[in-house]
Design a protein around this ligand. Structure first.
Ligand code: SF4
Length: 353
């Protein structure tokens, strides 16, 4: 069955975008009613939240949507992720009446980083039957004993694939419920973020698609509905729905990714060192143990020395406490009139995610 299509015009207002000539003014939206499953890759950041809000605006019944969050710490000791992120995702899912499924690489990025003559760990994911499925973990042994490196070479910058992309791929490939069905994967990359992301297709077969295969056939499409949106339009979407953004934005961070993202800027690292010194020292200790720093040019302490903690974080110990907790207690939805642009908006947005 071929999906019918219609055209959405992206609302580009304001100044000329640096990638304006390399991305389309319009994107083609498939008929969302033609899919059996609609999966939103939901990090808890503003762009994945904008994807959810966008498809709700498209008239999709929230009961037909699934949020999928990849836990980068893989249920292991807190190392890379914001402690509050899982709680924030749960609060969003509850507010919109959307099921939320967690998936992870067992032991997360930390276990992969500490891999010493072992195979990469298995992928685990929650199922609609409320069980946890486990796949993989029997590959060839290998050794990392290094952080993912800040480089364009994805073999060295392995974190995104190990903790996110491969986890989603494994979940779809190993879930019988997607066989013989039409599945729609929605992700929140935007052209504005980088020249590499500007080249991403807005709509294409997902990497797990096997529609032309002879066995285990599944039709899986991949849509990036906010690829053409500017950051201002993303915040406007959150404002219109009155959704409170992740607390990291309120502390001054320009993007929500791993708390200890390898791309973190000096100001971000200075803020993390100030608000969570034990976590920061753990990373510094791994640098000493590996004999290899995260950043190519300097140890993490030296990079943090070049930055300053965000004033928004210094001024709000209550928000710092929330960011370091596991339960989202504040209200998650407010009115558009009471909604406030967070301190991190249009700020330091280092990293590809
Ligand atoms: S947020 Fe940063 S550290 Fe985390 S997976 Fe993405 S690039 Fe790697």
């Amino acid at each position: 069955m071929i999906a019918t299509t219609r055209t959405i015009t992206t609302n580009r207002a304001g100044g000329e975008h640096p990638h304006a000539r390399s991305r389309p003014e319009t994107s083609t939206a498939p008929d969302l009613r033609s899919y059996d499953h609609i999966l939103v890759a939901f990090s808890g950041g503003k762009d994945s939240l904008a994807c959810l809000l966008h498809i709700i605006d498209e008239g999709v019944d929230p009961g037909r949507i699934e949020l999928h969050h990849h836990d980068v710490d893989g249920r292991g000791p807190p190392t890379f992720d914001w402690p509050i992120t899982a709680g924030y995702c749960r609060a969003i899912a509850a507010a919109f009446g959307v099921p939320l499924y967690f998936s992870w690489r067992d032991g997360g990025l930390r276990r992969e980083m500490l891999r010493d003559n072992e195979p990469t760990a298995s992928v685990m994911f929650e199922t609609p039957e409320e069980s946890i499925a486990t796949f993989g973990g029997r590959g060839n042994p290998g050794t990392r004993l290094r952080f993912p490196q800040v480089t364009a070479d994805l073999r060295l910058r392995w974190c995104s694939s190990v903790a996110k992309i491969d986890v989603m791929r494994s979940m779809i490939c190993n879930s019988p419920r997607f066989l013989g069905k039409r599945t729609f994967v929605v992700t929140g990359e935007r052209a504005e973020e980088s020249p590499a992301r500007a080249r991403y297709a807005t709509f294409e077969p997902h990497r797990t698609d096997t529609r032309c295969g002879t066995r285990r056939r599944r039709h899986v499409d991949h849509w990036r509905p906010i690829h053409g949106l500017e950051e201002r339009q993303v915040w406007d979407l959150l404002r219109r729905h009155g959704v409170v953004p992740h607390v990291a934005y309120q502390l001054g961070f320009g993007r929500v990714s791993c708390m200890h993202c390898i791309f973190a800027s000096p100001d971000q690292l200075a803020t993390i060192r100030w608000m969570a010194p034990e976590r920061f020292e753990l990373v510094a200790e791994y640098e000493r143990r590996f004999g290899c720093t995260i950043k190519r040019d300097a140890p993490i302490h030296a990079v943090a020395d070049r930055g300053r903690p965000y004033p928004a974080a210094l001024a709000r110990p209550d928000l710092v406490q929330l960011a370091l907790s596991e339960h989202w207690a504040p209200t998650i939805c407010t009115s558009p009139e009471r909604w406030r642009l967070p301190a991190g908006a249009f700020g330091d947005a280092a990293g590809p995610g």
